[in-house]
Write a protein that binds this ligand. Structure first.
Ligand code: SF4
Length: 111
């Protein structure tokens, strides 16, 4: 490898790293922005076939026999809504809103 090739490789690597750093805030804003738009989405019905498959309920207490104590959408890693919003998006149910006090069997503890 010549010095010129080595410089080009380093330059390319540095450019890629800088683009990654620059893209991080945009990705964050995209997620937050999509959550703002999410408020216009329909609420997930408990009768939805996917909701039934994942045992989703609007009120987590209705599944006390299945869930970990205290587990609700509002403390699930897949919940996209604001903690003070009653409804928010969820990556398990794209295009639908879930209740912050709901629960489903895909619940994952926030780390
Ligand atoms: S994946 Fe998490 S946020 Fe989504 S419905 Fe299930 S418990 Fe709620």
């Amino acid at each position: 490898m010549t010095d010129n090739n080595f410089s080009n490789d380093r330059r390319r690597l540095l450019r890629g790293a800088l683009m990654g750093v620059a893209a991080a805030p945009l990705a964050y804003m995209s997620v937050r922005g999509s959550n703002a738009l999410a408020q216009d989405m329909p609420k997930l019905s408990e009768d939805d076939p996917t909701a039934i498959a994942l045992n989703y309920v609007n009120n987590a207490a209705d599944k006390d026999d299945m869930r970990e104590p205290g587990a609700i959408c509002g403390n699930c890693r897949l919940y996209l809504g604001d903690s003070d919003a009653e409804w928010g998006g969820c990556t398990a149910f794209p295009g639908k809103l879930v209740n912050v006090n709901g629960w489903c069997s895909a619940w994952v503890a926030m780390s």
